[in-house]
Design a protein around this ligand. Structure first.
Ligand code: S3P
Length: 172
């Protein structure tokens, strides 16, 4: 039941391949609440895959769609665990929305682990070509952008359950 106050979502941010989607599902199970993936929401709203939006309409339009999807997701009446795309934090508007409506958790991981994880999914539009170079370049470009989070967890040597446990402790 809503008490008139907006719910406090748990919002997961972090670079591609840091485990946001997996952690969000496991955390939602533990908290017995819903989960929402902003990328999936964009695909649903736009009727196109992420790669197709980047290819056909460009990153700028993708980012506009991302802000709208994020706003809609964070406007949900019941508290959710929300997994965001790695670049959602680039917009100050998005960061402000996340901080206003959620407890923001940044997941980080060693670059080599990120490379190993993202290499299993060749569809990411920003990682076309030399994946290793692109990852290191983007990590450099995005240095510090995840630092606004309330909590940061380095997932490199943690299991999914350990990450989930730390988040659950922080919000209890
Ligand atoms: C992006 C990350 C992707 C997706 C899009 C752009 C980014 O999400 O939103 O390809 O700019 O880092 P994941 O972090 O879930 O891979």
């Amino acid at each position: 039941m809503s008490d008139g106050k907006p719910p406090r979502h748990v919002v997961l941010v972090g670079f591609m391949g840091t485990g946001k989607s997996t952690v969000s599902r496991r955390l939602a199970e533990l908290l017995a609440c819903g989960t929402c993936d902003v990328d999936a929401e964009i695909v649903k709203r736009e009727g196109e895959e992420i790669a197709a939006i980047f290819a056909g309409r460009g990153e700028r339009e993708f980012r506009a769609a991302e802000t709208e999807a994020l706003r809609a997701v964070l406007g949900a009446e019941d508290a959710l665990v929300v997994a965001t795309g790695g670049g959602a934090v680039l917009s100050p508007i998005n960061r402000e929305l996340m901080l206003r409506r959620g407890f923001v958790v940044a997941l980080t991981a060693d670059p080599e682990q990120v490379i190993a994880r993202v290499s299993q999914d060749p569809d990411r539009p920003l990682l076309q070509g030399d994946v290793r170079r692109r990852v290191y370049q983007l990590l450099e470009d995005r240095k510090g952008v995840y630092d606004f989070a309330h909590l940061t967890i380095d997932t490199t040597s943690l299991s999914v359950d350990e990450v989930v446990e730390r988040i659950a402790q922080a919000i209890s």
